[in-house]
Write a protein that binds this ligand. Structure first.
Ligand code: THU
Length: 164
């Protein structure tokens, strides 16, 4: 028997003023993405802004449905949109923010496991890591480089091959 552990590095910023200009812009764009959120059921808006290697920014937001599981998170809406409109582009970074009229959000909202799994596959396809910024609107930001740090036991394609 052996006890093992993962070491996860991330950076915490107190506010957007501490970010570099590119990351600040991406956080601001994730706030803009909240406007297109369709979330009448949860009333919980999530916005995502993705920066491509061309520096172009693509937005996404959560889209809900009366048949609840038929909706989709902001991160996946944005990533799948990139897959359609920019299939050969690389995702360099993405920012995620959330807002609700029901209560004050005081900590960055981190992505669900399903979205992390999709981010992990984007990394694998493009052969490079994604920087992820979780932005608490008007407050702190957590910055993580690489999905391995968010989903250490990620399910990857080679697990479908015998002997891996
Ligand atoms: N949601 C996201 O957009 N991203 C996540 O990573 C977690 C949750 C959405 C789904 C649903 O529309 C609302 O937030 C409440 O769960």
């Amino acid at each position: 028997m052996k006890e093992l552990n993962f070491n996860i590095n991330y950076i915490r910023f107190d506010n957007v003023g501490e970010l570099n200009a590119q990351d600040r812009e991406l956080c601001e764009q994730s706030v803009k993405a909240l406007d297109s959120s369709y979330s009448p059921y949860s009333k919980f808006k999530v916005g995502t802004a993705i920066r491509l290697d061309s520096d172009q920014i693509i937005l996404g937001s959560n889209q809900e449905n009366v048949a609840y599981p038929s909706g989709l998170c902001a991160e996946r809406v944005a990533l799948f949109s990139v897959g359609v409109s920019h299939p050969n582009a690389k995702v360099t970074s993405m920012a995620i923010t959330a807002k609700t009229e029901l209560f004050e959000i005081t900590k960055p909202v981190t992505s669900c496991g399903g979205c992390l799994q999709v981010m992990a596959e984007v990394e694998q396809r493009q052969g490079s890591e994604i920087e992820v910024l979780f932005y608490c609107l008007g407050g702190e930001i957590l910055k993580v480089k690489g999905i391995q740090s968010l989903l250490p036991f990620v399910f990857v394609e080679d697990r479908l091959v015998e002997g891996s």
